[in-house]
Design a binder for this molecule. Structure first.
Ligand SMILES: [Fe+2]
Length: 302
């Protein structure tokens, strides 16, 4: 059968594929717990390969040692299913194995080659994009998504998320006007695309548009700061930076206490985990990392 973007899966279980789409959307929006959702499918359909692939990649997105046992479980199951899995599923399994072995660039390359064959694989695009982010590979943040775009149309399921990722890649490469256009287009199509929101916030940060940034972030909190949104910590952190740049120290501290680090004595990663979302863990860490730096000076197109 095919998924909602017409990509072949080895499964013939329509219910499992429907659950896969729900879990993928949770991953796309950084909301809820994609692992708990896909586990619903795996409980009744333990041989659902793309379920194991998604489960492995959601854990991989946290990019730390603690998730290794969970990814090993996914890889073990995918190895058992290898002969019945299709080419795309085997490539995903290979990328997960490479990641486990420490060959992170190899895993990124495998996902690139996979996407050359299957550019409408939204899961591969997102985990590849996040992997490029972790590596600070701005060229591929832009290029990976840009290469896939000709295979998509705006009516495709998940197109807005593709645009949101494209916006971030453009921004990291200094194409601020194009990034903002893509990000706002994504938000028109999918108002809850918090990654697109983040991409536009980056543009405003890089162009020293702090007042506009405050309005853009605080005026749209219902779309990116939902209680189950694992990326809100990072977007709140950007909002705090805008305030800090405007010497609004009190507001910046309020945001830190209430949004970036909502429990005074708690680790934000712990808070995210308590909310039950593995994917929330990684974006919670984003607030402490900024791969390409920031500047208080407005920047022009680069
Ligand atoms: Fe950011």
């Amino acid at each position: 059968m095919k998924d909602q973007r017409g990509v072949d899966a080895s499964s013939d279980n329509s219910q499992s594929l429907a659950t896969y789409e729900r879990a993928l959307r949770a991953f796309n929006t950084y909301r809820g717990d994609p692992v708990a959702i896909i586990d619903e499918a795996l409980e009744t359909d333990p041989d659902f390969a793309m379920g194991h692939v998604l489960r492995g990649h959601v854990h991989l997105s946290m990019w730390e040692r603690s998730v290794v046992p969970e990814i090993e479980k996914s890889v073990t199951k995918l190895n058992e299913l290898n002969n019945r899995n299709n080419d795309r599923e085997r490539r995903h399994a290979h990328a997960l194995k490479q990641w486990l072995s420490g060959d992170w660039n190899g895993a990124r390359g495998t996902l690139d080659h996979l996407l050359a064959e299957y550019p409408r694989d939204l899961l591969a695009l997102q985990i590849g994009h996040l992997s490029d982010f972790y590596h600070g590979d701005r060229e591929n943040l832009r290029g990976r998504v840009a290469r896939a775009m000709p295979a998509w149309t705006r009516d495709d399921s998940g197109y807005a998320f593709l645009l949101g990722m494209h916006a971030f890649g453009l921004e990291e490469c200094g194409s601020y006007a194009a990034a903002e256009e893509a990000g706002r287009h994504a938000l028109d199509l999918e108002p809850d695309d918090c990654w697109a929101q983040h991409a536009v916030a980056h543009v405003m940060e890089m162009q020293a548009r702090q007042s506009e940034g405050i309005n853009f972030m605080e005026g749209r909190t219902e779309h990116w700061a939902q209680t189950d949104n694992g990326f809100q910590f990072h977007n709140w952190w950007h909002t705090a930076l805008f305030n800090l740049d405007q010497d609004r120290f009190q507001r910046a501290l309020e945001i830190y206490d209430e949004g970036v680090r909502p429990e005074p004595a708690g680790d934000p990663a712990h808070v995210a985990r308590r909310r039950g979302s593995p994917v929330a863990h990684a974006p919670a860490r984003f607030g402490r990392r900024q791969p390409l730096g920031r500047s208080r000076r407005p920047l022009r197109e680069g």
